[in-house]
Design a protein around this ligand. Structure first.
Ligand SMILES: Cc1cc2nc3c(=O)[nH]c(=O)nc-3n(C[C@H](O)[C@H](O)[C@H](O)COP(=O)(O)OP(=O)(O)OC[C@H]3O[C@@H](n4cnc5c(N)ncnc54)[C@H](O)[C@@H]3O)c2cc1C
Length: 326
């Protein structure tokens, strides 16, 4: 049987999550080193239409894995079904997103099917028999490179690392349908609640000023707020630790598990530049980063790098702006 590169799709409320298309780009990259057939698996109780749409859009082989009553992701069910079905497809690579779902599923599935597991991949390089996978470490300051000697690998792709490919009217392909039943014995999903408030103010703002853990304490957010007031209609965002600490609301979080923003100007204050944050703001028009560590990874994507203590620098900047506007 021919070898395969498998994509495990992520979907929500009847639509593929955008990261699934990034996984297609990732699989196409892998195909340069391994001439195996790409196949996308979509699991759920009502995914036939979604699978047809995905096949029409990408031109890839897509399998609708119909699992009665599986309305949202469930680790036990995904792991149970995939560990039964994947070996028959002889997968060389199994690709999923480095999201809450992928990070939950990849390690236990790898143990179950005796595969290597490399998580948070941002880049793939090498040659046929020697493929390397890069991932960020220490908030993006260090890039670690991994190779696997295993014949089967599960890879999780860091969202935002690779662009989604442009699909140019692919030839129509037929969708396969499998039916699988697997009853979760130890856990059940109780659904996903959408946030009560939207983050439209953040995603639509032309200027976003974001606070990172480097602000030090909640009270210092006033400095970030003051800076954002230089631009009427701007919004304040933040990194995940700032939201986890309750200093800002989750709807203000920028990054893979927060909002994706693309303002004309993004000002990152005291943000280290971990790939999960960068993924949410990389598309900004112009990026200014203020960080007291000249080696901070955020400077790799910044147009202007300010190596300063934000607590002293930002008030000086505001004061200078005030003087010049008089
Ligand atoms: C599955 C997963 C999903 C994630 N999703 C997200 C996400 O959506 N968004 C997100 O942001 N993170 C996310 N993270 C977390 C991410 O990996 C980083 O931990 C986080 O982005 C780091 O936040 P930070 O830069 O604010 O803090 P830190 O990494 O602690 O960096 C603080 C920075 O502030 C600088 N600093 C300190 N004091 C000052 C000062 N006085 N003046 C100037 N600079 C100063 C320091 O030099 C440092 O660079 C996710 C992680 C995982 C595993």
């Amino acid at each position: 049987m021919a070898q395969s590169i498998i994509i495990i799709a992520e979907h929500f409320e009847g639509e593929l999550r955008p990261v699934t298309y990034e996984l297609v780009g990732f699989a196409l990259e892998l195909q340069k080193f391994c001439p195996a057939k790409i196949k996308m698996l979509i699991l759920g109780d009502d995914v036939a239409g979604l699978a047809q749409d995905a096949a029409t859009h990408t031109g890839l082989d897509v399998v609708a894995v119909i699992v009665p009553a599986l309305t949202t992701y469930n680790l036990e069910v995904y792991k149970g079904i995939l560990s039964e079905r994947l070996p028959d497809l002889d997968p060389v690579y199994i690709c999923m997103a480095h999201t809450t779902q992928g990070a939950d599923l990849a390690p236990p599935l790898a143990v179950r099917i005796k595969a290597a597991c490399i998580t948070g991949v941002v880049q793939v390089s090498g040659e046929k028999d020697r493929v390397s996978f890069a991932r960020d470490m220490y908030a993006g300051k260090v890039v670690a490179t991994f190779e696997s000697t295993s014949e089967r690998r599960i890879l999780t792709l860091q969202p935002g690392s690779l662009p989604s490919p442009v699909f140019d009217h692919p030839a129509p392909v037929a969708v396969e349908t499998w039916t699988a039943t697997y009853l979760a014995k130890q856990s059940m999903s109780r659904g996903i609640k959408p946030p009560k408030e939207t983050n439209a103010a953040l995603t639509e703002a032309e200027v976003v000023v974001s606070a990172g853990k480097g602000v030090g304490k909640k009270e210092n957010l006033q400095i970030i707020d003051n800076l954002s007031r230089l631009w009427p209609g701007s919004a304040v965002g933040g990194s995940r630790p700032v939201c986890d600490s309750g200093w800002l609301e989750y709807r203000q979080q920028v990054g893979t598990t927060g909002a994706t923003v693309a303002p004309k100007l993004y000002v990152a204050c005291g943000i280290s530049g971990a790939s999960q944050h960068i993924a949410g703001m990389r598309g900004s028009g112009f990026i200014v980063a203020i960080n007291r560590d000249s080696g901070a990874a955020i400077f790799n994507v910044a147009d202007v790098c300010v190596v300063e203590d934000l607590i002293t620098f930002i008030p000086c900047l505001i004061e200078e702006h005030r003087k010049q506007s008089i």
